[in-house]
Design a protein around this ligand. Structure first.
Ligand code: G4P
Length: 287
């Protein structure tokens, strides 16, 4: 389910999240490892202000590992704590607890020096729809705690999930809006399946994805679709895929709609392997 974000929703989400921030020591900003920039909220740092933050690159199991490593280096260079996670298949508790303890070491040592009793770290997950907030919450809770579905802000009555002796998590993650103003972000969210009912046209999404694949993963394309022609003409590539797969209409014309549908499904279904659609270098180029 996707949510329509209006300025009122955004203001409300922000307000609700800021209210909850008072209760926690640390924020887990969940990003899609395939598109860390496009899956971030444009105002995250403004919203959380000086609250310590751990970036969690989720869905690492389906992202290109070499590119994920580039992103890890990129965030570390900025002194931003970051870990990768596969919330769907892997127990993420240990990694998250360890990383949180490192970030909050000083704060907890100060509390101890003041004579305060040791207490668990309190945390909340934040992220845009579909980055895996509910999946990670369930993973940490080891039970079905979070309901999948996107609602602006934090909607349910809050409860703490005891993850371990050392960590307590707000059971409802904070839902934030994506960057709407950047069309490239819209394409990345659409290609990776984060937004389904999209105002973007399927042909534009595929042409965008194809462009990226031609530039970054030409061999995967050639191998998957047994392409023999040059890759510089995207329409010719779609044509060749259509003909090789037999997606033809009467008169022998390629049924492009079918090609778009299949190519998108195969990209999302990992038929071209683990792909990332953004690397830190792309952002530098833009800057
Ligand atoms: P949200 O709360 O942030 O909105 O996201 P949610 O947990 O609902 O996850 C969105 C989709 O992403 C789900 O797929 C979920 O299974 C998948 N997902 C979450 N974490 C991971 C991960 O680490 N690896 C992989 N491979 N997938 C992950 P879904 O229910 O099938 O929805 P959809 O794919 O049909 O949108």
């Amino acid at each position: 389910m996707t949510v329509q974000w209006f300025p009122g929703h955004m203001a409300k989400a922000r307000r609700q999240i800021q209210e909850k921030l008072k209760l926690v020591d640390i924020v887990y900003e969940l990003l899609d490892a395939r598109i860390p920039y496009s899956s971030s909220n444009p105002m995250m740092n403004e919203i959380i202000k000086h609250k310590p933050k751990l970036i969690i690159l989720n869905k690492a199991d389906i992202a290109d590992p070499a590119v994920t490593q580039q992103w890890m280096n990129y965030f570390k260079q900025q002194n931003q704590a970051v870990i990768t996670v596969d919330a769907l298949h892997q127990n993420a508790i240990k990694q998250i607890v360890e990383a949180s303890k490192v970030i909050l070491k000083e704060k907890f040592e100060k509390e101890k020096a003041k004579g305060l009793r040791p207490r668990p770290i309190r945390a909340m997950i934040l992220g845009i729809p579909n980055v895996g907030k509910s999946t990670l919450t369930n993973n940490l809770a080891k039970r079905k705690a979070a309901q999948t579905g996107d609602r602006p802000g934090v909607t349910k009555a809050q409860q703490w999930i005891k993850v371990e002796k050392e960590l307590e998590l707000l059971d409802t993650p904070g839902v934030l809006w994506p960057k709407f103003e950047d069309q490239r972000v819209g394409y990345n969210l659409a290609v990776t399946g984060a937004i389904k009912d999209t105002i973007l046209h399927l042909d534009d999404i595929i042409l965008y994805a194809l462009d990226y694949l031609i530039q970054h993963y030409p061999d995967r394309l050639i191998e998957r679709y047994h392409l023999s022609g040059p890759l510089d003409d995207k329409i010719a590539v779609l044509d060749e895929i259509g003909r090789k797969r037999g997606f033809l209409q009467s008169g022998g014309y390629v049924d492009y709609d079918k090609v778009y549908e299949i190519v998108l499904r195969e990209i999302r279904g990992l038929k071209l392997g683990r792909l990332s659609f953004e690397c830190p270098g792309d952002m530098k180029q833009e800057a």
